[in-house]
Design a protein around this ligand. Sequence first.
Ligand code: MSP
Length: 656
Amino acid sequence: MEKKRFYITTPIYYPSDKLHIGHTYCTVAADTMARYKRLQGCDVLFLTGTDEHGQKIEDKAKEAGVTPKQFVDNIVEGAHGVRDLWKLMNISNDRFIRTTDDYHIAAVQKIFKKMYEKGDIYKGTYKGKYCKPCESFWTESQLVDGKCPDCGREVQDAEEEAYFFRLSKYADRIRDLLENTDYLEPRSRVNEMVNNFIKPGLEDLCVSRTSFSWGIPVDFDPGHVVYVWVDALFNYTTALGFLNDKYDDYEKFWPADVHFVGKEIVRFHSIIWPAMLMSMEMPLPKKVYGHGWLLLDGGKMSKSKGNVVDPYLLAEHFGVDALRFFLLRTFPFGSDGNFSNESLINTINVDLANDLGNLVSRTVSMVGKYFDNTLPADQAEDAEKDAELVAMIGALRGKYEEQMEKYAFQNGLSEIFKVIDRANKYIDENAPWVLAKDMEANGPRLARVMYNLLEALRVSAVLLTPFIPDTAAKILDQIGAAADLRSWDSVGAYGALPHDVTVVRGENLFPRVDAEKELALLDQIAEASKKAALPALELEPQTEEKVDFDTFCKSDFRAVKVKECVNVKKSDKLLKFTLDDGTGEDRQILSGIAKYYKPEELVGKTLLAIVNLPPRKMMGQLSAGMLISAVHTEHGEEKLNLVMLDDKIPAGAKMC
Ligand code: MSP
């Protein structure tokens, strides 16, 4: 029988920065789906890649002093780059597309021309805002406070020649697609699209740019580059060989079974993408699934906010499978979820260490202890005691499949963990250690108890394989499941494991995480990387306003020697200085620098003060003048240093 085909894609990622855990989330989900379909016996094509054109990349490359291609090559192929990350996360993509690949570029040029020749792309004028000094076009929404987002200067209305796609022509068909088919899921996203974009009226879409050059050139009109989303969306078909000779899988795999995409790009995939495919008279993908975001402290992760979570760091600390598992076990795929180190550690300790890990290690070690690793074939069932667990094992695959077909990864895992929980309870109910006291009488019964536990583990581990491929294989090794007992068919019903199975004791697969220690360590690392992301040194900009010499000379700066320095009571900021200013009378100055100095460090020092400021009261005490200090910001932290003079300068010496 011919195998069923399954084509799944992730979005292709912008390599403008290193990827974070949010990007990893979608790719791990798609990988799990691809592995699940392979387990079912489908012929799977799983595509991911990178979306490498556009102004943002051009700008970043310029900032870094390299060409755009060198810039993206480094983030895609370099150390800790996109490819490295997918390798680390055990992502089993069959293909990886880069939109800078020659075959893709040539195919997109042909696609653009086809839509142009058909009349669905036409030349018009793009109205926007122009910043003359920067020679940049901006849309209204890109402006910051109505000014150029780059230099902050005034912008003016301007027009640019551009190509447009007749999106408006397809509005009715798109609405019908969204409202009357299952094209877009979860369903809640359909209302969002229809209400926010379709009902207000779809306008034609600007699909070329002339204001920058890092893009696919429109080959029949030099100077124009193809809008990055047109370039990017067609990756799903060029990677199969559409209008190119690099691959030959278009007929076999198009239309895609599902595109996984984050919620903010659902609009592109559910409105623009099908409209362009309609224009090209190509079949539409069967489904777009718009998943939720991983949030941090309730907000979206972003490099500029410095609140991204590094998947390399987490994988190194907790293991790749634990991280994969956590992402899909903790958050419902269609909704947003709040990431925290606490919930990661909690999931590892509760589900993996306590429930699954313990079940594996207890079961395998009991088979070792009571039966020298090999169960006897002579076993005694207890219909009443075994019924529930046996029935649950037999029904698991069906329940799991029902959830997985809906991309409900969390629920699929819940079904597995119901069986794992039941098996743990089954150990307590049957108390193997009591049975083992009289092996002659209870040996066959004890053997069946062990068998049922191994069978629960086998079926669970096979169905866990798409989620935690390496660890599931280790579980199956430990419980002695041969290759043919790891297949989809072998878990359709209870009882495929041979009765005289031999187990192989192995390492503890899920050691408990010391939550307090790990959390402290992760907090430290996060703090350090947040600081590292901030500019090392920030200085106050110099004042442009000039001060005339006479006014400057009125400021009376003097050397002062610290006779006494104490903290001001009830203030955690103020230090009180008693100073020798050369007049023979003590001068008192209060200064808000307690955060930076201990009073005793300053006694005897020669400082610089302005002494002719009008005296004022602070916390009820008089302050006559001000001590001069230098301030700057280092890694986001304000630093202050008192100006200290050479001690040979006498008190009262005037500074000029
Ligand atoms: N290049 C486009 C996609 C083009 S597809 C034809 C793009 N790239 S992206 O790198 O900005 O984002 C890629 C995917 O990562 C998107 O689906 C986005 O939703 C997802 N995520 C980025 N941050 C995320 C979270 N914090 N949480 C979950 N997914 C998020 O968009």
